[in-house]
Design a protein around this ligand. Structure first.
Ligand code: ADP
Length: 287
């Protein structure tokens, strides 16, 4: 009987702990939601005045009739570039907080991948060449051209991966390979149910690389390999968390493989159809 009472006491105690933990978890969830909502509202409010700064500083730096000296026009240019940096930071924070509160709209639409290599070359060749880097894009013939994805989010993932690859590479090359992904490989990271074509887009560089122990951490918000990287290369540490969150929204995933001092390879897995949308009903889905 004594033992019975003991067990009963213990189970009551456990129940109390469970209830209190659940309450704490609920509280945390709520405060995280408030934080995200606050960030989303604040970011929105910041964009309006920033737009005036951007437009007016651009006018000052461009026009010959402003009566400004060339040095003053140069100052206006600096104001404009700093403003643009601030705007992209605000946009990143806004996107991430929207993802957190589940308010980021994703619009799946027909996307033709046949134009992807040319557009990547057009957009990144110039910046790569400026640093003396080789830039190549290769797409395997068996990759289907038609995909249903959110073009804007998809482009943003690639933009972030490629800007990083170019930013963290001093010499050598940056290359992109678009190929069919084997389902078993994808299944290691994502629940791949139903018939779907998967592609992997590999962004490979011969840059500074990432130490093994940091390779997961860099996908978290505001995480960089170290303070020195931040001072030397700038950036905010938001680019890769956006890549992961957006890839997730598109039904895919991003992974990294890298060796310090030798280079990195980021792989984006993406389905040709968003998960859960079947091929008979794939016009445009909003989640
Ligand atoms: P940011 O580049 O703005 O700092 P990211 O989230 O895009 O933020 O990247 C986080 C960190 O991961 C970077 O600061 C850098 O330390 C590391 N990193 C990302 N991409 C590469 C790359 N291609 N080569 C080496 N390090 C990288």
């Amino acid at each position: 009987e004594e033992r019975n009472r003991d067990t009963e006491e213990k189970s009551k105690e456990l129940q109390r702990v469970k209830v209190s933990l659940e309450a704490q978890a609920e509280e945390l969830k709520l405060s995280s939601k408030y934080k995200s909502e606050f960030l989303a509202n604040m970011s929105h409010e910041l964009r309006t005045p920033l737009n005036s700064i951007l437009i007016l500083s651009e006018m000052l730096s461009d026009q010959t009739e402003t009566g400004l000296s060339s040095e003053q026009q140069e100052f206006a240019r600096v104001i404009n570039t700093s403003g643009q940096d601030l705007l992209s930071l605000i946009n990143d924070i806004l996107d991430l907080s929207k993802v957190e509160v589940g308010k980021l709209d994703v619009v799946f639409e027909e996307t033709n991948l046949s134009e992807l290599p040319d557009s990547l070359v057009r957009n990144f060749e110039h910046v790569a060449a400026k640093k003396g880097l080789d830039f190549t894009v290769k797409k395997d013939k068996n990759v289907p051209d038609i995909f249903f994805t959110d073009q804007q989010r998809f482009q943003q993932i690639l933009k972030n991966l490629l800007s990083n690859a170019i930013k963290f590479t001093e010499k050598g090359s940056v290359s992109v390979h678009i190929k069919l992904a084997e389902e078993e490989k994808v299944a290691q990271f994502i629940n791949t149910s139903g018939a779907n074509n998967w592609v992997e887009i590999k962004v490979t560089d011969t840059g500074i690389g990432i130490p093994k122990e940091k390779q997961e951490q860099i996908f978290e918000s505001f995480q960089q390999v170290n303070g020195a990287t931040m001072r030397k290369y700038g950036g905010t540490g938001l680019g890769l968390s956006i890549c992961r969150e957006f890839a997730k929204l598109l039904g895919g995933w991003v992974i990294v493989d890298s060796e310090e001092g030798r280079g990195s390879e980021f792989t984006l897995f993406i389905p040709s159809l968003p998960q859960g949308v079947n091929s008979e009903n794939n016009t445009a889905a909003q989640i």
